[in-house]
Ligand binder design. Structure first.
Ligand code: ATP
Length: 476
């Protein structure tokens, strides 16, 4: 893993077809991105890795709930009242900011300049801020200027609800308002009884879901980091009250290990406890990744008490408790939640994979002295292997084509016969393909191919009937 700029990642993502700006030919739509041919594979592989790790076990079931839900769901969850960010405008530049982010950036600047005591004092005030005036007063007292123009002529701070609203049916009135879900978690809570009864589970057990979420973010920034439409992978684990401390510790470790198992370097992720707990939580920790612009949250692990189920009981009038048939215990379960952004962690894995290396021109038959290589774990790599006939004659293309079609039944593979083989290796390196299979004259005689491994660039000779097994093994 090397330090890379965000611009480099964004331009590679576009050039090689990972991510495009949404509606680009119309100038784009802020905070929305489209996944291209390679991006969609990487995203699917990432979601697949999560789905397998989280649901292919006895105690967790999957669901896929609708994006539109009964509007009372969001009253019960607290989103209608509380899912707000403090917003402030600069009168001169007309730039709009999240007031808390503006103060956070100011604190980071103080820290960078060695003014630690002052930074701590402002951070404490920020943690205690509740009303719009509290944020405003910090900005005025600290004389925080506009990052764009430097002026200090601010509007008052107002709270802004991040939920997108729309209407069900042809009449656009207050009775037909529904929201695009701002998180997938509520689709899990409202299905708690359905899953408990139909899957014959017992507490402790979990429900997992992957799906789109929408937030009308005040500022979108850093590519896929903060967007208005994104995907989440969430799991709610329902437990007996009193066991939440140990379950929280368990999930914290499980989720950390998941990143390591997918090849993440331990020094690129860290835990960050929350300074300020949400109204429903009794413990919370983030897993952060070291992005090119600094550390940023990619996953949250939250101990949510029985807040959500109790609120849904209250608002729906339906019992959402668990009855232990052996002990006769009856309780509303507590919940440990693991919540990761699929798109945000996609970006983390993309940044993590990026490397530029200087290699000898003849190290692996390549022609360039420098190569860009995406070192994805084979499980995540969008293309698992490339089949390359050494030359376009002597039966090699036919041999290669047959192998390509065989492998295609199991994996996303590419066939490439154009240009020098070294240049073809470089093209595959740049999209993170872990294996290149080269077919040469010997292949036709003894039914073997050369497998060239992306990271080490080493080549080994393997019998063609062992190739599939070889790739599968690397993907474990
Ligand atoms: P933040 O403080 O960054 O706004 P949050 O604490 O509100 O995030 P959660 O509600 O805990 O985030 O969401 C869980 C996960 O969903 C985050 O860790 C992140 O990976 C992802 N996520 C949240 N908001 C966005 C967004 N606007 N764009 C992309 N991913 C997001």
């Amino acid at each position: 893993m090397q330090q890379v700029t965000l611009d480099t990642i964004v331009s590679l993502a576009k050039r090689r077809g990972f991510v495009f700006q949404s509606s680009e030919i119309y100038g784009g739509l802020n905070g929305c991105w489209d996944y291209g041919p390679l991006g969609v594979e990487l995203l699917r592989n990432l979601k697949d890795a999560w789905w397998k790790a989280m649901t292919y076990r006895d105690d967790i079931e999957g669901v896929d709930a609708a994006i539109l839900m009964h509007p009372r769901v969001w009253e019960a969850s607290g989103h209608v009242a509380n899912f707000t960010d403090p917003m402030i405008d600069n009168k001169t530049s007309k730039a709009r900011y999240r007031a808390d982010n503006l103060i956070e950036d100011y604190i980071a600047k103080l820290e960078k300049n060695g003014k630690t005591e002052r930074a701590t004092a402002v951070a404490e005030r920020l943690a205690a801020a509740r009303e719009p005036e509290d944020f405003y007063q910090i900005i005025v007292d600290e004389e925080i200027g506009d990052p764009v123009g430097g002026t200090k002529d601010w509007t008052p701070v107002r709270y802004f609800n991040l939920m997108f609203k729309t209407f069900v049916g042809p009449v656009e009135d207050t009775n037909s308002v529904v929201y695009l879900r701002p998180e997938t978690a509520q689709g899990i809570f409202v299905n708690f009884r359905n899953v408990l009864d139909s899957a014959r589970q017992k507490v402790p057990f979990g429900i997992a879901q992957i799906g789109k979420a929408f937030r009308n973010e005040i500022n979108t920034k850093y590519f896929l980091f903060r967007t208005r439409e994104f995907e989440q992978m969430e799991m709610q684990y329902f437990i007996k009250p009193g066991t939440h401390t140990e379950q929280f510790a368990y999930w914290r470790e499980q989720r950390h290990q998941w990143f390591l198992d997918l090849g993440m370097s331990p020094d690129m992720i860290r835990f960050k406890p929350h300074d300020k707990l949400a109204h429903y939580a009794d413990a919370a920790v983030d897993i952060e990744f070291k992005f090119p612009f600094g550390w940023g949250e990619i996953e949250g692990i939250h101990s949510r008490t029985n807040f959500d189920l109790s609120r849904h009981e209250e608002y729906s009038g339906k019992k959402l408790e668990f009855v232990d048939t052996v002990t006769r215990d009856r309780f509303v379960p507590y919940v440990i939640e693991t919540s990761i952004g699929a798109s945000r962690s996609f970006m983390a894995f993309l940044c993590h994979a990026y490397n530029v290396e200087t290699v000898g021109a003849t190290a692996d038959g390549g022609e360039d002295a420098e190569r860009t290589v995406l070192k994805f774990h084979p499980k995540l790599a969008p293309v698992k292997a490339a089949v390359l006939p050494l030359v376009k004659k002597d039966g090699m293309p036919e041999f290669a084509d047959k192998m390509y079609r065989d492998l295609q039944k199991s994996f996303n593979v590419q066939y490439d016969e154009s240009g020098a083989v070294g240049r073809r290796y470089r093209r595959q390196d740049e999209i993170g393909t872990p294996f290149c299979m080269t077919i040469d004259g010997e292949s036709l005689q003894d039914n073997t191919v050369t497998i060239r491994e992306r990271d080490t660039m080493q080549q080994i000779r393997v019998s063609t009937d062992k190739v599939k097994e070889y790739i599968l093994k690397a993907m474990l």
